[in-house]
Design a protein. Structure first.
Length: 126
């Protein structure tokens, strides 16, 4: 994704967070009994913290749900690499076979009986 598009998507979110923080700066008291007794914080702090926790939780769920697809892609990429190696080996073998066939190719005149073979046949009485 281009950086301009990222900024176009991120800038409104940043403006909303800053605006929310400026409008909701009144103090509230949180009672976190097992950890802390009473703590006074601006209202926007717990809201932003819980939104951030929700974002991280959603990203974690998305990551775990996409694990089968990532595994499938890894297996397919290994298969593709193996098949590419096999294609390269077959191309080399094909080029070697073509070179061997061009060097061992006989002309059509080689198939005709030569004078030498005719004299051998006469001597043999055929």
């Amino acid at each position: 994704m281009s950086s301009l598009l990222r900024w176009l998507l991120t800038a409104p979110f940043i403006i909303l967070v800053v605006g929310f923080s400026a409008l909701h700066s009144e103090e509230i008291t949180l009672n976190l009994e097992p950890i802390l007794r009473n703590i006074s914080v601006p209202l926007f702090v717990p809201v932003i913290v819980f939104v951030f926790i929700g974002f991280i939780w959603g990203a974690l769920i998305n990551w775990t749900n996409s694990a089968p697809q990532r595994h499938k892609l890894r297996v397919q990429s290994k298969d593709i690499k193996a098949l590419n190696k096999e294609i390269a080996a077959l191309k080399i073998k094909l080029s070697d076979d073509k070179q061997a066939s061009t060097t061992n190719k006989r002309s059509n005149f080689d198939l005709l009986p030569s004078d030498h073979s005719q004299t051998q046949n006469r001597e043999a009485g055929l």
